[in-house]
Design a protein around this ligand. Structure first.
Ligand SMILES: Cc1ncc(COP(=O)(O)O)c(C=O)c1O
Length: 343
């Protein structure tokens, strides 16, 4: 039989359907031992391919690695349901636009990809409680002055680090106003969620020098309260709430939710300049952030805030947040605080 006849014979045959295996045929959801700990492997996406997260590599020559030339965002799930995914994706695209980075996707495509990440890792969720779903784009492999690189794009599911805050819902967190200042919009606009986070890291270390469990609060260049290293700051005086305007902060998605909830609960809230004075003399202080939603702060610079216990407004907001998320946020954090993933 000639080659052509062979080909025609093949054409006539019904095509054997390729077996659809999850994770592109790779057997993920792996378990492996590390220093006696039983770890679980989540699945991640890099530049068009799904793979076990431990196999995702970023090359040394990637500008995201050696220059911090990257933007990112993350949302969390509540009982596996993504929360405010659109807000996080929209912020990611604004960050990328500002940094002149091209994620290579439309917002709808990225939404589908992050939802796929949640779905592919669903089998492991019961062990961790929920996911933080991260997505980052770097300018890719290129030299210091060459900018025509192909971006590196990753999506992955990480833990919600319950162990870092679970006990602080009831006990109250402690905070330290640090000497490291936040960037201003005149230098690197804090509205951009970028990976050039050294000032945030240093501020974190400073806070921990004072108290190993403390969270930092950074000031802006005018000495006004700006934000935490991964959170926004709110103060309560009497029955009203104040939070810094978005001039010198990342506009937190959780912050927006709390603004909406305050409105629904009839609690007056204003966005205005706040000084350390307002923090030290407040009845309540609290942080907002994606992993913990609302976290009461009961000491700042070792000074007691209010009566030193989580206050009624933070407690009400947290309850309203739980209702919105469809889960008891505090109870879940307590239940899963010992769960640790491989990230
Ligand atoms: C610097 C900074 N501020 C505030 C926040 C809180 O933002 P969100 O509520 O969207 O998590 C974050 C989140 O990581 C952050 O990095």
């Amino acid at each position: 039989m000639t080659e052509g006849q062979n080909a025609r014979k093949e054409e006539g045959k019904p095509k054997k359907r390729k077996e659809q295996k999850p994770y592109g045929g790779k057997d993920l959801g792996l378990r492996f031992k590390d220093k006696g700990r039983d770890l679980k492997e989540t699945v991640a996406y890099k530049n068009g391919e799904w793979m076990p997260k431990s196999q995702v590599t970023i090359e040394l020559g990637d500008r995201g690695f050696y220059l911090g030339d990257a933007v990112f965002d993350l949302f969390r799930t509540f009982d596996g349901r993504p929360f405010r995914i659109k807000d996080h994706i929209d912020r990611f695209f604004r960050s990328a636009q500002f940094a002149r980075l091209d994620p290579g996707f439309t917002p709808d495509e990225l939404t589908a990809l992050t939802l796929e990440c949640v779905e592919r890792n669903e089998q492991l969720r019961s062990e961790f409680g929920d996911w933080s779903v991260w997505f980052s784009v770097t300018r890719g492999l290129a030299g210091w002055r060459t900018l025509d690189a192909k971006p590196t794009f990753v999506v992955y599911a990480g833990e919600v680090p319950f162990y870092t805050f679970a006990d602080q819902y009831a006990d109250g967190a402690s905070a330290v106003i640090t000497r490291s200042r936040n960037h201003t919009h005149q230098s690197l606009d804090p509205k951009v969620k970028h990976t050039s986070r050294m000032h945030l890291n240093l501020s974190d270390l400073e806070a921990r020098d004072v108290d190993p469990t403390a969270w930092p609060i950074m000031l802006d260049m005018e000495g006004n309260i700006a934000e935490g290293s991964g959170s926004n700051v709110f103060v309560v005086s009497g029955s009203s709430i104040k939070t810094p305007s978005d001039a010198t902060i990342l506009r937190g998605v959780t912050r927006d939710v709390v603004i909406e909830l305050s409105d629904q609960l009839g609690i007056p809230l204003s966005e205005e300049a706040i000084q350390p004075y307002d923090v030290y003399t407040a009845d309540e202080v609290f942080f907002t952030s994606t992993p913990f939603s609302v976290l009461p702060v009961t000491s700042v610079d070792r000074r007691e805030i209010g009566d030193g216990r989580p206050g009624p407004i933070a407690t009400r907001l947290l309850a309203a947040f739980s209702e919105l998320a469809g889960i008891d946020i505090v109870d879940q954090a307590q239940r899963y605080k010992d769960a640790r993933s491989d990230n």
